[in-house]
Write a protein that binds this ligand. Structure first.
Ligand SMILES: [Zn+2]
Length: 761
């Protein structure tokens, strides 16, 4: 670890923790009880040995040229542990040396199992041909009776430039006791919570410490001169006791740091565009996610043999291009379309203010738009869910493998999804607008496909179509997407037919909103239900689209300001603004927006990722328990701070989709208050949270390594997000690296960029 990105990371801090005591679990020079599982072989070797750790390493060998089978073949060893009590330890440590030629990284699992057969699995990304210190804290894992550990790489294929034969050398496995990181709750202990990326000149500027710490602070400039000092404001509420340090009156651009007691922050900017670095890094992250071409330091040209097949006529479209979506290097049309749209909106806003960055955004948007263009079959069908999750040699080994009757060929089957078609249409029409003066041919192509996608979307919606993977979408979400796409097409073409359909669907969106104050002890209105029957509250557990009804209506207002319905549309937006106003101070001093309203007998299980449909009663019970820990609005109605979920916990995207609605309102209604609420959410992502961590890798400080699987850590990556534990409605950000919460995700970045588009200049 010798560069600034690593030194500012949480890994660096963890690496330098004091180890109070340690005990060897397995000495590779002596012990021989390890058992091999999976593909390959296990040996003991003196070929590669970690200095100071004995004369012998445990060695795993494997051939990575595997077929695309699930679950992934592993190459691991396991150790039986004789019901040991590990209460006096909280960290497992091992050194691993992957020896290989041509690989960028290795996907690795290290796991501990207790008597109840509960596992804690840590999945770091290992760098080849050097010793990797693999360690993870497990402060809340039940460890009175440990029965086993296991570790080794999972085999994820072999890229063309690599030698498939690989070897892994392990030095001793050690249990350690360290001072564990704070990972669950709202407390700050000795940390300073602030926005690592900095503060806008004209917005609030606040930092937080626990009330047990020094009660005043100084703001210092780059020359270490005190430019501002003030006592903190005491905040004492259900989330704890805090000092809030407010330096909002400082409005001179520059680099500053906060000093309080014997602690100080790093330098951060106060400027008209403090998130420029974060924006640049986000685009850098997307460039790292590009598929189908060489990305230096990330991968060679990839997935050139993968196709989507049309289920009705057998036509094939190559899947490569666009962006890998997440740690599993899959790709989904929904995420790609929203990334394209967000990039274009940012580029438009930056425009002449920052041409260099704007052009970079446009170039990236065009890359994604090209994937949307090529994966359009021309009859409503698109490549919607493309699963790769393997490196291959890019050779199709037999022509038979391309036939529809071959089981592996039907892995990626095209579907006709109206929601996906509306998102693609909106993204491509935004593309047509931005490129019309830059590249006439490209702009016309985008507009033609945008019109076609829109027409297929409308037709599909009439037929009641929806995709197999995601099911029928909420009306508020799907109609919102329709209104956005139609409004953009109307703006571009001036064709009244788009306005007509937008107006009709806007009414459907409005019908999904609660406009009356319910008879609750703490009544709220302005939020959305899934459908016009008001049976289920609009809520999300993983991807977030809460912005959809609002961004659709706001765009319609922008393109048809003299329409007779305008005041009704504005009322919809104003009511949602009221909902935000009334809930924005529920989680002070962080200013985090609560997630969703829930009622026990109004849960739509179709909206949840449930691993086993036979356990629905159990899941429902768990969801009910989670609902009860929310903020009570009435006897049976609760506003959860974080979404309820069974499997996919991690909530940046749900938060940022709501934030996008708020930032769009701030623009539409010119509301500084809504802008501040949106900024507060970005600050949560970038450091002003109980863990004082920036969750963007390589931005700010104290960022955790993320779950990348197929690459080394990626600069600018945002994860699925801070999660919850059990039924508690409390933030949880454990050190263990695993999916989905730590998984890098283009969808999070899309929502982040889309919010930034409204906060820029
Ligand atoms: Zn790829």
């Amino acid at each position: 670890m010798d560069n600034i990105i690593e030194r500012n990371s949480a890994s660096w801090r963890w690496e330098n923790k004091t180890v109070f005591h340690a005990r060897t679990v397995y000495d590779c020079s002596i012990d021989r009880s390890a058992v091999f599982n999976g593909q390959g072989e296990m040996l003991y070797s003196q070929e590669v040995v970690k200095e100071g750790f004995g004369s012998t390493s445990l060695m795993l060998k494997a051939n990575t040229d595997i077929q695309d089978v699930r679950p992934r073949p592993a190459c691991r060893f396991s150790l039986a542990i004789n019901h040991e009590n590990w209460q006096s330890f909280n960290r497992l440590s091992v050194w691993v040396y992957p020896k290989s030629q041509g690989f960028i990284n290795f996907y690795f699992h290290a796991a501990i199992t207790n008597k109840e057969n509960q596992n804690i699995v840590h999945a770091p990304s290992l760098i080849p041909n050097q010793w990797n210190h693999v360690f993870f804290e497990f402060p809340d894992f039940v460890r009175e009776d440990i029965i086993g550990i296991s570790m080794g790489p999972l085999l994820m294929g072999c890229p063309p430039e690599a030698n498939p034969e690989v070897a892994f050398y392990f030095s001793n496995i050690v249990l350690e006791q360290v001072s564990p990181d704070y990972d669950f709750g709202w407390d700050l202990e000795e940390r300073i919570a602030y926005c690592h990326s900095g503060y806008f000149l004209d917005a609030e500027k606040k930092a937080l410490v626990a009330a047990s710490q020094a009660s005043s602070f100084k703001l210092l400039n780059e020359q270490n001169e005190i430019v501002f000092s003030q006592p903190g404001r005491l905040i004492d509420n259900e989330y704890g006791q805090f000092w809030e340090f407010d330096f909002s009156t400082v409005q001179k651009p520059g680099l500053y740091k906060i000093q309080t007691g014997n602690k100080e922050t790093a330098l951060f900017p106060i400027s008209s565009f403090p998130y420029r670095e974060a924006l640049w890094k986000s685009v850098h992250f997307l460039k790292s996610l590009r598929c189908g071409c060489e990305i230096k330091g990330v991968h060679s040209a990839c997935h050139l043999t993968h196709h989507t097949i049309h289920p009705l006529d057998g036509r094939l479209i190559g899947d490569w291009g666009g962006w890998h979506d997440a740690g599993d290097v899959s790709q989904f049309a929904i995420c790609t379309a929203e990334i394209v749209h967000a990039l274009l909106d940012c580029a438009e806003k930056l425009g002449q203010h920052d041409e260099e960055l704007s052009e970079m955004l446009l170039d990236e948007a065009r890359h994604g738009a090209n994937w949307l263009l090529k994966t359009h079959f021309g009859d409503g069908y698109r490549s919607l869910a493309v699963l790769y999750s393997i490196w291959t040699s890019n050779q199709i080994k037999s022509a038979d493998l391309l036939k529809m009757e071959t089981p592996t060929t039907i892995k990626n089957v095209a579907e006709n999804g109206p929601f996906e078609n509306f998102l693609a249409s909106a993204a491509l029409s935004a593309c047509a607008k931005m490129f019309q003066k830059r590249d006439d041919i490209f702009a016309h192509y985008c507009l033609r496909i945008a019109k076609a996608d829109f027409a297929f979307g409308v037709e599909g919606l009439k037929k009641g179509l929806f995709t197999r993977r995601w099911g029928r979408g909420p009306l508020a979400q799907v109609s919102g997407a329709l209104v956005l796409a139609a409004s953009q097409l109307y703006e571009l073409t001036k064709d009244e037919k788009y306005l007509d359909v937008a107006v009709l669907s806007a009414q459907e969106v409005m019908d999904c909103q609660e406009v009356n104050l319910p008879n609750w002890q703490k009544p709220l209105r302005g939020f959305f239900y899934e459908d016009s029957d008001h049976k289920h509250y609009l809520s999300y557990e993983h991807r977030g689209h809460e912005q959809s009804p609002i961004t659709g209506i706001i765009k319609l207002m922008a393109v048809a300001p003299h329409h007779p319905q305008f005041s009704k549309w504005k009322q919809t937006v104003t009511l949602y603004q009221e909902y935000i106003e009334k809930t924005k101070d529920f989680i002070l001093p962080y200013g985090l927006l609560p997630a969703h309203i829930y009622e026990k007998d109004k849960i739509n299980l179709d909206r949840f990722t449930l691993p086993n449909r036979d356990l629905l009663d159990s899941y429902l019970r768990q969801l009910h328990e989670q609902i009860e820990t929310g903020i009570a609005l009435d006897d049976e109605v609760f506003l959860r701070r974080f979404p309820i979920a069974i499997q996919r916990r991690g909530f940046h995207a749900t938060l940022l989709s709501k934030t996008k609605a708020v930032s769009a309102i701030s623009q539409s209604l010119n509301s500084a208050r809504m802008r501040q609420v949106a900024i507060n959410q970005v600050e949560w992502i970038l450091g002003k949270n109980p863990f004082a961590t920036s969750t963007m890798y390589g931005e700010g400080y104290n960022y955790h390594p993320l779950y990348v699987a197929f690459s080394q850590q990626l600069l600018g990556a945002l994860p699925v997000g801070i999660k919850t534990k059990g039924s508690a409605d409390v933030p949880y950000w454990p050190l263990v690296n695993n999916a989905v919460y730590k998984e890098v995700w283009g969808h999070t970045t899309a929502k982040f960029l889309w919010v930034l588009a409204d906060l820029l200049l």
